[in-house]
Design a protein around this ligand. Structure first.
Ligand SMILES: Cc1ncc(COP(=O)(O)O)c(C=O)c1O
Length: 385
């Protein structure tokens, strides 16, 4: 059984308690307004001069979204947070906001496909990029260029959940003047706090565990006040990927159960992965707790492993892999993850640019929901028989 930070539980539970009393409402009202009137022209001009911290227009700030931002900043132990209309909105704001023509960005580990697609789009604006699966710090350092301004990583990485030495990467990048960014979506701020290891920015797709009910698309970036303010003016306000107040409200509601959900996801995924490890049809388990090479990093960097893992089937064709996924009755065949319902998806043969991926052809990724490990094991048993 894993133990989460005691403060985090309270931060999540009291997320809705806004600074304003709102008549004692346990959740803040949904401030469904696009603009905010000021009493005087001077007050309006003052607001416009610091739009990141004044309610002027909801493409900038919104009181309900602000409550969520303050809560997420606390959870990630960051000075500030900005929320976005999607995880990709957050990724776009970071890349477009911090890079300029002539800069290079280095991507590490298995990266969410559309993030790399976006990197390829950046070439049109004079930004170069490269990507390595290296995890040894010397090999990673060798990939740095004089023009590398940003190092972007996922740990755990998408689909295969391998880990990176976050503190080493951040120290190396910092010494070379590059900003470090980590997509921390898989771990959530409860299971891993990358800013404590030296990362400058943490990105989250709130569409996954933070929302937790498969009903919201959202994103967030956490970091220093200075960097978040820079993003606000250089990309957030201009790209316009804005979180709706209703979505912020739903995410605040989701946060209240996040600690308990993450404990359940972690425990049940572990039990199911343990069952599958001994199954004759399984050739390999891709789960942070099952990877001997990453054992020390897992212990150092993470409190738990979430409900995500994948398996490679043994002596099985691609078509049979799909048929096994189709035989599952409790797992939905769907993209995304992080909700109450268990999901399964096969590995993609090619990345969005059409290049062959390094994923095994017989890979199935599971998002373990809240149906109970025994029920899910029984379902997997029948599908694999
Ligand atoms: C690791 C990771 N980062 C970012 C995203 C993008 O988030 P969104 O779908 O909210 O735009 C996803 C979505 O699947 C993801 O898995």
């Amino acid at each position: 059984m894993i133990t989460l930070d005691a403060d985090d539980r309270l931060i999540c539970l009291r997320a809705g308690e806004a600074a304003d009393d709102h008549h004692g409402a346990v959740l803040p009202p949904i401030s469904q307004a696009s603009l905010y009137r000021k009493r005087t022209m001077k007050e309006l001009l003052d607001g416009l001069s610091r739009e990141h911290s004044a309610n002027v227009y909801s493409r900038g700030t919104n009181p309900t979204v602000k409550v969520l931002e303050d809560t997420l900043a606390k959870l990630e132990r960051a000075e500030a947070c900005k929320c976005f209309g999607s995880g990709m909105g957050a990724v776009s704001a970071v890349l477009f906001g911090l890079l300029k023509a002539g800069d290079h960005v280095l991507f590490l580990n298995d990266i969410y496909g559309p993030t790399l697609e976006l990197a390829a789009r950046l070439e049109d604006f004079g930004v170069s990029w490269s990507h390595t699966y290296a995890r040894d710090i010397d090999a990673i350092t060798a990939e740095m260029r004089d023009t590398t301004r940003l190092v972007y990583m996922e740990s755990p990485g998408s689909m295969l959940f391998r880990l990176l030495p976050i503190a080493q990467v951040c120290a190396m990048a910092k010494a070379r003047g590059a900003i470090t960014v980590i997509d921390n979506t898989v771990a959530t701020p409860l299971l891993q706090k990358p800013l404590a290891f030296g990362a400058d920015l943490a990105i989250h797709s709130c569409s996954k565990y933070i929302g937790g009910h498969s009903d919201v698309i959202g994103g967030a970036v956490m970091g220093s006040r200075e960097l978040i303010e820079r993003l606000f003016y250089k990309s957030y306000m201009l790209l316009g990927s804005v979180m709706a107040p209703l979505d912020a409200f739903l995410l605040l509601r989701g946060l209240m159960t996040l600690p308990d959900r993450m404990l359940r996801h972690h425990e049940d995924a572990l039990a199911i992965a343990n069952f599958l490890q001994d199954h004759p049809r399984i050739g390999g388990i891709h789960h942070p707790a099952f990877c001997n090479e990453d054992a020390a990093l897992f212990k150092k960097q993470m409190l738990g492993a979430s409900g995500l893992f994948s398996v490679a089937l043994k002596d099985t064709s691609y078509d049979e892999t799909l048929a096994i996924a189709d035989r599952l009755t409790l797992f939905g065949r769907a993209v995304s993850w992080g909700g109450a319902e268990s999901l399964v998806i096969c590995g993609h043969k090619a990345d969005p640019a059409g290049r062959a991926t390094r994923l095994p052809a017989t890979l199935l990724r599971f998002s373990i929901g809240l149906e109970g490990a025994d029920n899910l094991i029984a379902d997997l048993e029948q599908a694999l028989s």
